[in-house]
Design a protein around this ligand. Structure first.
Ligand code: DGL
Length: 275
């Protein structure tokens, strides 16, 4: 029997933090990852543009016969998940709902902070998802756009990162949240500094871990989990030349990336008659 792969995409390298959790949770599964490195960042772009990119990438991954799609990018999950679910007939998992569910579960004070890109925070997707679970939870949000370039530069533990975090997180700290959702693929790499600034009493929620759990549940329910004795293969595609992705990606994935191939999405989709 041949088993299909799990598709996963992000605007660039950030989604590798989600892939890392999926590999940890389901080491037997094959995966196909696409990082849209030619068009990153998504966090500063309009919802219309991000939806267009997300539809193109999903068409490409679906054409590779995947069994489930993970939208690993918080910004893309925030603005395009409904459109993708309506258009493509496979299970599609975003990172917002799993992160929101975990935050609603762990908060004791009912005051939850959410940080993310401008696109994610302006969509209010996390606030809506948390309030859908428990309308009494108060959600305080903050955009932290500089965190993305800091992490890509590898500046996750120096004075610049510490100062930036201090400024961005001031309002949340003063709001006495007891839970903080790291609502961006890059932020798990800043966990150390963020928890230093927020203090011991604040639980950090990493959407990646929760998302991997949801993927495992869906595959189990559908009887589509590969046998545990198998070992998954991992394929990587990017839309710009692979060099930068490989350099930064190893840090995000926490291990050696395999071969990374460049793909021209528009050409692929034109050939397949999908755009
Ligand atoms: N992957 C994006 C996210 O999680 C961060 C990088 C970007 O802005 O594209 O929102």
């Amino acid at each position: 029997m041949s088993w299909k792969a799990i598709g996963i995409f992000d605007s660039g390298v950030g989604g590798l933090t989600v892939l890392r959790e999926i590999i940890k949770t389901l080491p037997q599964e094959d995966t196909v990852y696409l990082g849209d490195t030619a068009r990153v960042p998504y966090g500063t772009k309009s919802p219309e543009t991000v939806v267009r990119f997300a539809r193109q990438i999903t068409s490409f991954l679906v054409s590779r016969d995947i069994k489930l799609l993970v939208v690993a990018c918080n910004t893309a999950s925030a603005v395009s998940l409904d459109e993708l679910k309506a258009e493509f007939p496979i299970p599609i998992v975003g990172v917002i709902e799993p992160g929101a569910a975990q935050a609603a579960k762990v908060t004791r004070s009912g005051r939850v902070g959410v940080i993310g890109t401008a696109g994610t925070i302006r969509s209010s997707a996390y606030t809506k998802a948390i309030k859908k679970i428990n309308p009494d939870i108060e959600v305080i949000t903050a955009e932290c756009p500089m965190f993305v370039p800091l992490v890509e530069e590898g500046w996750t533990d120096n004075e610049v990162a510490r100062l930036t975090a201090g400024i961005y997180l001031k309002k949340l700290k003063e709001s006495s949240v007891d839970t903080l959702v790291l609502g961006c693929t890059h932020y798990p790499l800043l966990k150390g500094i963020i928890s230093e600034v927020m203090g011991d009493g604040v639980t950090l929620v990493d959407s990646a871990e929760e998302t991997a759990r949801v993927v495992r549940e869906i595959l189990a329910e559908k009887g589509e989990t590969r046998p545990v004795e198998e070992k998954g293969n991992h394929h990587f595609f990017v839309t710009d030349v692979p060099a930068g992705f490989v350099r930064v990606g190893n840090r995000f994935l926490g291990g050696a990336l395999g071969d990374v191939y460049q793909v021209d999405l528009e050409k692929e989709l034109l050939q397949g008659g999908r755009v």
